[in-house]
Design a protein around this ligand. Structure first.
Ligand code: GLA
Length: 710
């Protein structure tokens, strides 16, 4: 820890717009003055400084080249002069509800800056952390709180990050939805007062809203110009983003775990660490912002982000719960014949006393169903190996059906409220991960499944309900409000153990579709399941929404029969991310099979460009009947064009190419018999006039491959 020294310039009261600074602080502390603390990426700066009383103020959060602002409290604590929403609100052990934070010192190790704050009257310590990813213009912010007061302190608010955005016009884009309808974009201007984006449901917390947003300055967010921030909380539990336009016009954004029903009694010596709030910034619009975030995710928030993903066949929409070993084995061969590389056995394979023939029973009993799989999983992994395909399996380890042997044995392991009738969702309850025995059991399910079946190299981890009766039989009467936070932390410990002890097993994060798509869980996974909505016409919108924060390599797109569209349309939509199929391949028509074989082969030829390249959004499905995205990697590029209504012929302006280069452009993934003549077009034409696209009928599409020729 390096103490802060040095004389900072005079403290001008006239400049101060910060309410906490307008009120004289009664408790003088030793003078702590310093030069500014610079937390910087290549283009983004968070500039902090310490005033003459030792308070931490923020001068700038935004363009590194912009002028410093007057300064507002960086991390406001409630009860001692701050009259807006505080980042921290503490009831001390003696009942005092005020906190005053003064800087003790700061230190920087590699790319992390830590600023230590302390209440001058109490042994309460708050450490603010900022990690920078310079090239990606990303700053992660999180907070640690600890104390040595005599007795517990109560944490009422505990933001991960708190930033002042100054005055101006701000537009907020949220990503809301529901089951099978994720990531709908809605943008609004932020007026005076408080706007909250949150989740209170603890588990599959993203069901109604993703914990990510866009915040644009000066007008609505644009793709290729304008200053825009992206914010995303790396947390899979309840979250809160609070946007407060103060009377003088300043906007403050507080982000963190939702304090709702989460009052936390912190023991002396215990460290309370908040999840990281991930901030990205660009002055060139959301396109640059997303490409930076995609790169940041691939290197910081996703496992094996530099390794291409396998093409997967899932049996869920093909068989639902009715299958047996013979059927699954035949799908291995079917998948292999189509060119796929991985088979995923979904829900329905387990349960002895209560066979999992529907979603009403068996959850929690992770033994193979003797009727469906008399020779266990081993027979399947052996057969998969013989067929030359990898094998994966579905687990929902955090949940239980009341009709299960697990619930019969441990009814007190389920989250529930005393004196209330059990409220089931999808006939199930969530297990109480705050109980260490339950945590150990849940890890044991995963560990045992993988140790007993070394042929499993992929797990789809599902979670199909959220909390509506958040009561823990374990936590006792004084710590009920710890449940949501304890649950999230236990979940991450389990996932971290799985990653450490089974590093070769890949993980898909799923939660009844996209109920758990966030940077928190993704650090333990290889990909996520975006939605149970697999109709390509709807998926275009859902995938577009995710693309603002999550890269194509992590976005699992499966071709299904949903919506009864052509195979080509379904493949063209799925091929812009990680391709899979969820279809009974044994029942494909000759024509569809032929198309699938060639589409999978085509995908293999563009897979690296799609999964490891930079993605450019070309046309938004929200803006018109035609939409388009493209991926660029080195000298190769691939553009996807989709129509959901009739679209007349019109050129498509491409992005990310070299203006001075020439490209060979060829339409690919054509139906059998159709041919495309490659054309040679200059980068200049493709970027300015555009690529000619013919008339497209509703629910049709086209893919173009571009290769630089000089
Ligand atoms: C959830 C998932 C689906 C499937 C089912 C199985 O709904 O999102 O993909 O795995 O559970 O019950």
């Amino acid at each position: 820890m390096v103490p802060l020294f040095g004389i900072f310039g005079a403290f001008h009261h006239a400049e101060i717009t910060d309410p906490a600074q307008q009120i004289a602080h009664p408790a003088p502390v030793p003078l702590m003055q310093s030069g500014p603390i610079h937390i910087e990426t290549d283009h983004l700066a968070l500039t902090l400084f310490v005033d003459s009383k030792g308070h931490l103020l923020q001068r700038k959060f935004g363009d590194k080249a912009s002028a410093d602002g007057a300064g507002q409290t960086a991390y406001p604590a409630g009860g001692d002069g701050w009259y807006f929403e505080p980042a921290l609100f503490v009831t001390h052990a003696d009942g005092n509800t005020s906190t005053d934070l003064r800087v003790l010192g700061t230190s920087t190790r590699e790319n992390v800056t830590e600023i230590s704050l302390k209440d001058p009257e109490y042994p309460l310590f708050v450490n603010l952390f900022y990690r920078v990813s310079p090239k990606e213009d990303v700053i992660e912010a999180w907070t640690e709180i600890r104390h040595s007061e005599k007795g517990n302190i109560t944490l009422e608010r505990f933001a991960s990050s708190s930033h002042d955005f100054g005055n101006g016009e701000f537009y907020l884009t949220q990503f809301h939805g529901d089951w099978a309808n994720e990531m709908n974009m809605q943008e609004e201007s932020l007026g005076f007062g408080t706007k909250i984006l949150d989740s209170k449901i603890g588990v599959r917390a993203d069901q109604f809203l993703n914990p990510s947003f866009l915040l644009s300055r000066g007008g609505p967010a644009k793709e290729d110009s304008g200053e825009v921030f992206a914010g995303s909380l790396a947390w899979s539990g309840s979250f809160q983003h609070l946007f407060e336009r103060q009377p003088h016009g300043h906007l403050r954004v507080l982000s963190g775990m939702n304090p709702f029903n989460s009052r936390y009694f912190l023991k002396a010596g215990e460290i309370f660490t908040t999840p990281a709030m991930v901030w990205a910034w660009s002055k060139n619009g959301t396109g640059t912002l997303s490409r930076n975030l995609h790169r940041w995710v691939r290197t910081n928030a996703l496992r094996d982000g530099d390794r291409v993903r396998a093409i997967l066949l899932n049996n869920w929409e093909a068989t639902y719960f009715s299958f047996d070993a013979k059927k699954i084995t035949s799908l291995f061969q079917g998948a292999k014949d189509l060119g796929m590389e991985l088979f995923l056995l979904d829900d329905g394979w387990f349960g002895k006393k209560y066979p999992r023939d529907g979603d009403n029973q068996g959850l929690g009993d992770w033994v193979p169903d003797p009727k469906k799989l008399p020779n266990g999983i081993g027979e399947l992994t052996d057969n998969a190996k013989k067929a030359g395909i990898r094998f994966g399996i579905w687990l929902e380890p955090e949940m239980v059906n009341p009709r299960s042997e697990l619930f019969e044995k441990h009814p007190d392991w389920a989250i529930q409220q005393p004196k209330r009738a059990l409220e089931l969702q999808r006939n199930q309850l969530a297990l109480d991960l705050s109980n260490p025995k339950v945590e150990a059991y849940v890890y044991g399910v995963i560990d045992k499944t993988l140790r007993q079946n070394p042929g499993i190299s992929y797990i789809k981890w599902d979670a199909n309900r959220y909390l509506t009766q958040p009561g823990s039989p374990y936590l006792g009467k004084s710590r009920q409000t710890h449940l949501q936070i304890a649950y999230g932390r236990a979940l991450y410990r389990i996932m971290a153990r799985m990653k450490a002890e089974h590093p070769d097993c890949e993980l898909m994060i799923c939660s009844g579709g996209g109920g758990r798509v966030d940077y928190g869980s993704l650090q333990f996974g290889h990909e996520f399941w975006p939605s149970d909505m697999t109709d390509p016409a709807r998926r275009i919108f859902i995938q577009y929404g995710y693309s603002f924060f999550f890269p194509p390599i992590a976005t699992s797109n499966h071709v299904t029969h949903m919506g009864n569209h052509s195979m080509k349309f379904a493949f063209d939509v799925a091929m812009s991310g990680r391709l899979g199929m969820d279809i009974d391949v044994d029942k494909l028509s000759v024509q569809d099979r032929e198309f699938a074989v060639s589409a999978i082969q085509t995908y293999k030829s563009i897979r690296e460009t799609v999964q490891l390249g930079d993605q450019y959004r070309l046309e938004s499905p929200y803006a018109g009947p035609r939409s388009a995205v493209m991926s660029v990697r080195g000298d190769e590029a691939v553009a996807f064009v989709y129509a959901i209504k009739d679209v007349p012929a019109a050129p498509l302006r491409l992005k990310g190419l070299d203006l001075a280069a020439t490209y060979q452009v060829e339409e690919i993934n054509l139906p059998a018999g159709a041919k495309s003549e490659p054309q040679t077009i200059t980068g200049q034409t493709l970027l300015t006039t555009g690529l000619p696209i013919p008339h497209l009928s509703p629910f049709s599409s086209a893919i173009y491959r571009l290769r630089r020729t000089r």
